[in-house]
Design a protein. Structure first.
Length: 118
């Protein structure tokens, strides 16, 4: 009898400790009824896709669910294909603050860094 090996699926997204801490801060001040924070990749910008992080009140059937110490983080089911293997971080300096993404699937980005293409 041949044994079937099951390959582990790569994480839809890796979160740094700073990203998890920021999710905890967002959840601490989230509007009532919020169940988590969700990342999606809507079509916009000059390169085609952008990263969007928003509060979410209900999970969609195909959303990836990532439990963090500060709350639940969701990845939009339609966006997972564009994000597999990516790392999300939170960066703050004297002039700006925001989530950053290291995405091995991105083939290019616009000059301002607001959108990407796969």
């Amino acid at each position: 009898m041949t044994e079937t090996k099951i390959r582990t699926r790569p994480a839809a997204l890796n979160l740094t400790e700073r990203a998890e801490a920021r999710i905890a801060e967002l959840m601490a001040k989230a509007p009532e009824g919020t169940i988590g924070v969700k990342l999606s990749t809507p079509r916009r910008g000059c390169s085609g896709l952008a990263y969007s992080v928003d509060y979410v009140r209900e999970a969609a059937p195909f959303d990836e669910k990532i439990e963090t110490p500060g709350g639940t983080f969701y990845v939009d089911g339609a966006s997972v294909l564009y994000l597999v293997g990516s790392t999300m971080d939170w960066v703050e300096d004297d002039f700006a603050a925001g989530f950053t993404f290291e995405n091995p699937n991105a083939k290019g980005a616009c000059g301002c860094g607001e959108s990407f293409t796969v």
